[in-house]
Design a protein around this ligand. Structure first.
Ligand SMILES: Cc1cc2nc3c(=O)[nH]c(=O)nc-3n(C[C@H](O)[C@H](O)[C@H](O)COP(=O)(O)OP(=O)(O)OC[C@H]3O[C@@H](n4cnc5c(N)ncnc54)[C@H](O)[C@@H]3O)c2cc1C
Length: 447
């Protein structure tokens, strides 16, 4: 019993975790509730079902962070990537996948593995002993969600994400924006300059509200409910409540002086705040939104200072169960209060098929190493895998933690390279070259 790895959830993360651990010689049981217990989004009883789009996004491993993650997973003999490659559909530079044959192939490969068995049924309580990985995804069953909440505390498990857009700091026009906390609050210079402010005139504000009201919005999926609270209303819903609502909410202009034009009183101010410890990513405070992605970039680029903004991720509100990983998990992805349990996949606060599978890959290897009695360090910080796991287990701001895609804003800068838009190509190539070398070395340690 104690030497078997039990994985709850056979989705992207659970499937990859099982494959990795089994290949290291560990016995694995996957506990999957479907098809006995269904979710509103899954349609089949297959493992690794893609619930919505059939895309693994960019496959460019030199200039794109998710493409780099593909590369790292392929180099680590990842089942999800190998199967996606086998069922690839034409999609330009993206990796699109023929979803049903993909999921059927993953299921078949796992069931055919001599070290893996699949036990169909819901797990509704947290196990007290043995080695476990919880990879139950954004639609974790209600009973297990309640058990996790009981263990971690009510405010450490979210049932919806409310994502404000995240912007690369170096794409903001600092001739327009300035750094200042409202009323210069804070004990240190860093705290007094914790916010980046973008000012609006009355005309700019009115035009912004018009665009917001007219923008295309995403509907909730069937079975999702608009269960968000007043504390995280989408900006367009606030605007619908009255044209001045935002000016008295997240865009209030009080306690701030425009550093570039001290005599001009802004009519409204959009504030951005650090989203990671390095300060390379900033989120727009209070700007969770259900605007469609195209409309969202058009509307947000109307904000003075953000005309040329690059978005690390766009905003959204979805049904999504995830834990506050920065406070709850150690860097081995173990629950600090019950270290016999690891978490992996979307439930850890990463976002997307690829990121979820990647976290499964890492958790599977770490758990197997522990069972085999060999110490394995977590993924190196300068790899895509490492940047992502570091973000969720410590790099992200715990108080405002929301799900994250892999992106270059999570990477440590490479010394001596030009910042901003013009240096981007060389910078990204340097990140990906460095990541590939470090990933290969990490893999070699385990060979
Ligand atoms: C409606 C919706 C649309 C989405 N669209 C996209 C998209 O287009 N692109 C994208 O990249 N990502 C999308 N996502 C996010 C997507 O779900 C994740 O990227 C990915 O599937 C997460 O992988 P995972 O392994 O963490 O979870 P999942 O793939 O969801 O796997 C979790 C598994 O755990 C099982 N499970 C849950 N609770 C229990 C339990 N108590 N006992 C046993 N089994 C259990 C579930 O049945 C499921 O099979 C979407 C999510 C939702 C909800």
């Amino acid at each position: 019993m104690t030497q078997t790895l039990h994985i709850i959830g056979g989705g992207m993360a659970g499937s990859e975790a099982a494959w990795q651990a089994a290949n290291m010689g560990v016995q694995v049981v996957i506990h999957e509730m479907r098809p006995k217990v269904e979710t509103f989004a899954h349609r089949t009883g297959h493992l690794a079902e893609m619930v919505c789009s059939n895309s693994f996004r960019s496959d460019d491993d030199e200039q794109n962070a998710v493409g780099l993650l593909h590369w790292e997973m392929r180099a680590a003999n990842g089942l999800i990537m190998a199967t996606a490659d086998k069922h690839r559909l034409p999609a330009g530079g993206a990796l699109a996948v023929d979803r049903d044959p993909f999921a059927a192939s993953v299921t078949e490969a796992l069931k055919a593995h001599q070290n893996i068995s699949v036990d169909y049924g819901e797990i509704s309580e947290l196990p007290n002993e043995g080695h476990w990985i919880i990879a139950t995804g954004p639609l974790t069953s209600t009973a297990l969600g309640a058990a996790i909440q009981e263990e971690t505390g009510a405010d450490r498990l979210a049932f919806f994400d409310a994502i404000a857009p995240i912007i690369y700091a170096d794409s903001i026009d600092m001739d327009i924006a300035w750094l200042q906390s409202r009323y210069d609050k804070g004990d240190t210079e860093e705290e007094r300059k914790a916010y980046l402010n973008c000012p609006m005139t009355k005309d700019e504000y009115e035009a912004f509200i018009d665009a917001l009201l007219a923008a295309d919005k995403t509907e909730f999926h069937e079975g999702e409910t608009a269960g968000y609270f007043d504390g995280c209303l989408p900006i367009e819903v606030m605007a619908e409540r009255g044209r001045e609502t935002l000016r008295f909410g997240p865009m209030k202009p009080v306690g701030l002086t425009n550093a570039h034009k001290p005599d001009d009183k802004p009519y409204a101010v959009v504030q951005l705040r650090r989203d990671n410890a390095m300060g390379t990513l900033l989120n727009i405070v209070g700007f969770q939104t259900k605007m469609k992605y195209g409309a969202q970039t058009d509307v947000l680029k109307m904000i003075p200072g953000l005309e040329n903004a690059s978005f690390a991720r766009l905003g959204g509100i979805h049904r999504n169960t995830f834990i506050n990983s920065p406070t709850l998990l150690d860097n081995q992805m173990r629950l600090k209060s019950k270290p016999n349990i690891r978490f992996a996949g979307q439930v850890t606060g990463v976002e997307g098929y690829v990121e979820s599978a990647a976290m499964g890959l890492l958790a599977g290897r770490l758990a197997a190493a522990e069972i085999l009695g060999t110490h394995m360090t977590t993924a190196p910080l300068n790899t895509a895998m490492g940047a992502l796991v570091h973000h969720i287990t410590g790099g992200a701001e715990a108080k405002t933690f929301q799900p994250m895609n892999v992106n270059f804003g999570l990477f440590q800068p490479v010394d001596g390279l030009k910042g901003g838009r013009r240096g981007r190509k060389d910078r990204y190539k340097a990140y990906t070259d460095r990541a590939k070398a470090e990933w290969q070395s990490w893999l070699a340690l385990q060979a």
